[in-house]
Ligand binder design. Sequence first.
Ligand SMILES: NC(=O)c1ccc[n+]([C@@H]2O[C@H](COP(=O)([O-])OP(=O)(O)OC[C@H]3O[C@@H](n4cnc5c(N)ncnc54)[C@H](OP(=O)(O)O)[C@@H]3O)[C@@H](O)[C@H]2O)c1
Length: 338
Amino acid sequence: MSFNDQSIGDYTAKSNRYDTMQYRRCGKSGILLPVISVGLWHNFGHADDFTNMRQILRTAFDNGVTHFDLANNYGPPYGAAEENFGRIFHKDFRPYRDELILSSKAGWDMWPGPYGNFGSRKYLIASLDQSLKRMGVDYVDVFYHHRPDPDTPLEETMGALHSIVQQGKALYVGVSQYPAELTAKAAAILKDMGTKLFIHQPRYSMLDRWVENGLMDELEKQGTGAIAFSPLEQGILTNKYLKGFPKKSRAVKDGRYLQKGNITHELLQKVRELNDIAQERGQSMAQMAIAWLLKDQRITTVLVGVSSPKQMLDNIKTVGNLEFSKAELEQIEKILQR
Ligand SMILES: NC(=O)c1ccc[n+]([C@@H]2O[C@H](COP(=O)([O-])OP(=O)(O)OC[C@H]3O[C@@H](n4cnc5c(N)ncnc54)[C@H](OP(=O)(O)O)[C@@H]3O)[C@@H](O)[C@H]2O)c1
């Protein structure tokens, strides 16, 4: 493990941390989430710089970002992001535990054999126990089933989420990437047991709009909140690829999920035109992509990933301009529909 723990001093959160961030109610629940949340999928593995991770999370929290999103398999290697988060939590954030909403998930492959994947009761409960140990916390605020499992009965998966709440290991539960109809069924099963489907975590960006075909309406009906992941399409919806491929970018550094070959000239031409609109609005491309998602009040929060505190700050500043004129929306739509 290359683990660079150079000291950056003790941490006291800024006293004005709640002054500018905006918060939205998560569906019909008691919880308000910041409109910008931060995810630890990338840049929190054991090969990444520990000081940078700490600075990212400090920058987030100092600016009212109270929600940190994790999963059992974030790293690499799997589990590393939770371990690194645990170290940071105990150095910097322990006094602030009750000001934070921490989430984790299980649903993708995690350990070998038939019990470390998908949606069984055995997998979900064992995985959350492991996550709590890695992070060194007694409970998470939100625990998700990470993806639909076509083979496990939905009653078993939802039953596991319900038990987890009953056991006090998570305060709220959610699902990720469930289509609308399955979400309705999951919510109904949970409701029967007395647990609410608190939140849904779908992939949603200007370039991936599947949630608009029924899921958002279903969530509204259920009183379930929505947290949009990969809102910047892993960095494509920023200005970073407009002049080539920077050495430190995700597409160059880490080809696992974002391949250079998929960032085509046609795609970049769209982003270039969107970037022109963003500039006219006095925003960065990333800020406009985030604000565009938040125009739907049913989106509780936009879940960004960042590789530096500077990007975190850029994204947080989105809250300074969330409004779009009709003409701007039409112009954007024309580019996206091409
Ligand atoms: N539920 C699920 O199945 C699922 C799946 C994927 C992700 N997620 C969650 O969603 C979170 C976010 O996903 P993501 O990392 O794909 O999100 P993203 O926000 O679409 O992409 C993040 C990347 O965009 C670039 N970026 C961010 N802010 C920028 C800025 N202001 N200026 C320029 N570039 C900027 C950075 O790229 P560089 O690294 O190139 O600098 C960063 O690593 C994850 O951490 C995870 O918590 C959930």
